[in-house]
Design a protein around this ligand. Structure first.
Ligand SMILES: Cc1cc2nc3c(=O)[nH]c(=O)nc-3n(C[C@H](O)[C@H](O)[C@H](O)COP(=O)(O)OP(=O)(O)OC[C@H]3O[C@@H](n4cnc5c(N)ncnc54)[C@H](O)[C@@H]3O)c2cc1C
Length: 429
């Protein structure tokens, strides 16, 4: 029995597993094992809408066993700690697992570019938990600002800085803007609209690099019209509690700093033998194999492939690579020419908050309300499973008709703002 192990149940790993299952359904002698440290698949494009309380967190994730349905692959929820490529074995928390073929699809992690304080004092948006924690943090800050008597302190608390002007940073800040202005400004009577400040910081000369240059001006205008401050050539050089330093000397006081400025390969990938690119992704050949280990495939955010080293780290790339890697394993076992991966852009869709987006797909270039409808339709269609599609569509409808849900789900265990406020009260007494 030959064992094919896929590590990671994200876009790439899940696609690889499903394709392997499909191709090998009628062949005996193969065991397909999917290992992931979460028991669900997450639809990351909707993560910013968790932060803005537009969607219920559980609606953008789907249990792997539900996706599996009647397929025959095995699923193990476990964390892979190391990969011994020479010994064809990986070490998971539960013990060693041998493999004949391996597909590595563990995604990426946040890159802080060695910026002092960034890891400690900024928040992240990579996981579902990050989304929920950030949403709760925003609400917690609003609770404090609501009854803070010092207007300067309130302004500082209500300043939110997003570091990184890529599509994640832009989608996040526009969602936060919707939440803060449509909900918070109306319900928290101690917070005035003009005390809410949203700042997008980009180290390069442009935000939304990679977005069609014909659409970028519209996106910038929308950010401007929504009162979001966009700072380009603003390199964050230090993050401290309560603010950041830019370009070594300029300071910005901010109650919350969110880091969306870069990604780096997963440590498991960085530890693989052979060459890596500048952000630690494994360099793989056109068939997505490691140079000296054709039985090891690396895909998605983890890979830099020979024919497409500059392919963006987006879901469609991971999905296409997942299915190619799966078919190449089948070709190696059952015969057939190995397929090569070349990057073909499937377009770019960026949401700019409620009622606005920019879309460039094929020859289509649109912005505004219809682009936003298109963005919604595409993302709804791409969600896995009818149940999730209905849940998200209902969330959107309810979020448009009714106020957002502003319940703090996870009270912070220790909150520096609460402690400071309590000290203030004691002093006042
Ligand atoms: C906030 C946000 C918004 C995004 N928006 C978009 C968008 O609108 N459009 C788009 O195309 N792309 C978007 N992306 C990018 C997209 O999510 C990634 O490019 C895509 O997920 C990469 O797929 P992957 O299979 O390589 O990794 P992932 O989908 O990240 O999957 C990695 C999997 O590996 C698992 N894993 C990690 N470490 C281990 C371990 N040690 N052991 C076992 N399992 C492990 C993880 O739990 C996860 O299941 C967004 C990303 C983020 C963070």
């Amino acid at each position: 029995m030959k064992r094919i192990v896929v590590v990671g149940a994200g876009f790439g790993g899940l696609e690889a597993t499903v394709e392997l299952d499909k191709q090998l359904r009628h062949s005996s002698g193969f065991e397909i094992l999917l290992i992931s440290d979460q028991n669900f698949f997450m639809f990351t494009p909707l993560l910013p809408q968790i932060v803005s309380s537009y969607i219920n967190p559980r609606h953008i994730v789907q249990a792997v066993r539900d996706i599996r349905g009647k397929r025959s692959y095995r699923f193990l929820r476990d964390t892979v700690e190391s990969i011994d490529v020479a010994g064809r074995q990986l070490r998971a928390t539960s013990g060693p697992i041998a493999y004949d073929y391996l597909v590595v699809a563990v995604g990426s992690r946040t890159e802080y570019f060695r910026t002092p304080g960034a890891r400690e004092y900024s928040m992240d948006l990579k996981s579902l938990e990050d989304g929920v924690v950030l949403r709760d943090r925003i609400l917690d800050i609003c609770e404090h600002a609501d009854h803070t008597t010092d207007p300067e302190e309130r302004k500082k608390l209500m300043t939110f800085a997003v570091v990184g002007g890529g599509y994640t940073g832009v989608e996040l800040i526009t969602e936060m803007r919707d939440f803060l202005f449509r909900y918070v400004a109306g319900k928290y009577r101690g917070i005035k609209r003009d005390e809410i400040r949203l700042v997008l910081l980009e180290a390069g000369a442009n935000v939304l690099n990679g977005v069609d240059p014909l659409l970028r001006p519209h996106a910038l205008k929308r950010l401007h019209d929504e009162g979001i401050e966009v700072r380009v050539n603003a390199r964050v050089t230090r993050v401290v509690e309560g603010g950041i330093k830019m370009n070594d000397n300029e300071k910005l006081a901010a109650g919350t700093v969110i880091w969306a400025a870069g990604v780096r390969a997963h440590p498991l990938v960085e530890a693989l033998p052979g060459p890596h690119d500048r952000i630690g992704r494994a360099s793989v050949n056109e068939h997505l194999q490691l140079e000296d280990h054709p039985e090891v495939f690396v895909i998605g955010d983890s890979a830099s492939s020979t024919l497409a080293p500059d392919a963006p780290r987006v879901a469609p790339v991971a999905i296409t690579q997942g299915s190619i890697a799966a078919r190449n394993i089948v070709h190696m076992e059952l015969g057939g020419l190995l397929e090569s991966y070349t990057y073909v852009s499937k377009g770019m869709l960026v949401s700019l908050g409620m009622n606005d987006a920019v879309v460039s797909v094929g020859g289509l270039r649109i912005y505004g309300f219809f682009a936003w409808l298109f963005w919604n339709a595409v993302h709804l269609f791409k969600l896995v499973g009818l149940k999730k599609q209905i849940q998200v569509a209902l969330d959107w409808a309810l979020g448009t008709l009714f106020p957002r849900d502003a319940v703090i789900i996870r009270e912070p265990k220790t909150c520096k703002i609460c402690e400071a406020a309590k000290r203030e009260l004691v002093h006042a007494k």
